[in-house]
Design a protein around this ligand. Structure first.
Ligand code: NI
Length: 248
């Protein structure tokens, strides 16, 4: 009798064990079906898929945010600005030009081309004067006359000014509806005629949202600007007008 019970218990235990094994195997099979592959290869595939997807998304959103602005002061110049506009057009790049009223009057056709090709045109006073404690009224007139010179060509009001030497008084913002635009990178192109040095000064420091100060008055600046575009476009940077950076 005792032996009989023992045998029955063994049979019941065996059945239970077989049932458990069956359950474990079914679950394993189901999980493998979900990953679409067997064993550890399945897990690796799944992990890889998880690792790759977010990385790609991050890269895309990083690239979308990597916008920088090239700005050129003191022009237009009859030779170098034209060369620069050709190069920017080839590369599909929009830039910002802070022009002086005096040069706008001399080279209106270049300003018209800037405008037609989608560049932003800003004010850099008429005679490139620095605001001081004594010349407020003259400074104001220089802004107004330069705005008028630009409007005659583009038909639009200019809202952006780069005050020469960075001297500015906030009162003009409301009075003249002008917004001052300074810069975050100055590669000192005005005192360097070494293209490679200007490129290095810029590319080594650049980050998204930067506003780069240059002058379309020198052949070295134009050559450097185009090389900077070529190098940074490869790194996923997009060149936009300062307006697009400031409105972000
Ligand atoms: Ni200047």
């Amino acid at each position: 009798m005792k032996a009989g019970i023992w045998v029955k218990r063994m049979v019941i235990l065996d059945l239970l064990l077989a049932g458990l094994l069956f359950l474990v195997q079914s679950e394993r099979a189901a999980s493998v079906r979900q990953t679409g592959a067997w064993g550890s290869t399945g897990r690796e595939t799944e992990e890889k898929a998880e690792a790759v997807a977010p990385e790609k998304d991050t890269k895309q959103s990083e690239d979308a945010g990597k916008r920088i602005a090239l700005t050129f002061d003191d022009g237009p110049h009859p030779r170098y600005t034209v060369k620069l506009l050709d190069g920017l057009k080839e590369r599909g790049v929009k830039a910002t030009f802070f022009v002086t009223g005096a040069n706008v009057s001399k080279y209106p056709e270049i300003v018209e081309r800037m405008y037609k090709e989608g560049h932003l045109i800003g004010n850099h006073t008429f005679h490139h004067i620095q605001l001081t404690a004594a010349n407020g009224e003259q400074f104001r007139e220089e802004i107004v006359s330069t705005n008028e010179a630009i409007r005659e060509i583009t038909g639009e009001d200019t809202e952006y000014i780069r005050p020469p030497y960075g001297s500015w008084n906030k009162k003009y913002e409301e009075e003249l509806n002008m917004f001052p635009v300074l810069w975050s990178i100055d590669p000192r192109d005005w005192c360097l005629d070494d293209k490679d040095c200007i490129v290095r000064n810029t590319v080594s420091r650049v980050k998204e949202g930067d506003i780069i100060l240059m002058h379309d008055q020198y052949p070295s600046s134009v050559a450097a600007a185009l090389e900077i575009v070529d190098l940074l476009q490869k790194e996923g940077y997009e060149f936009v007008t300062v307006e697009e950076i400031l409105l972000d």
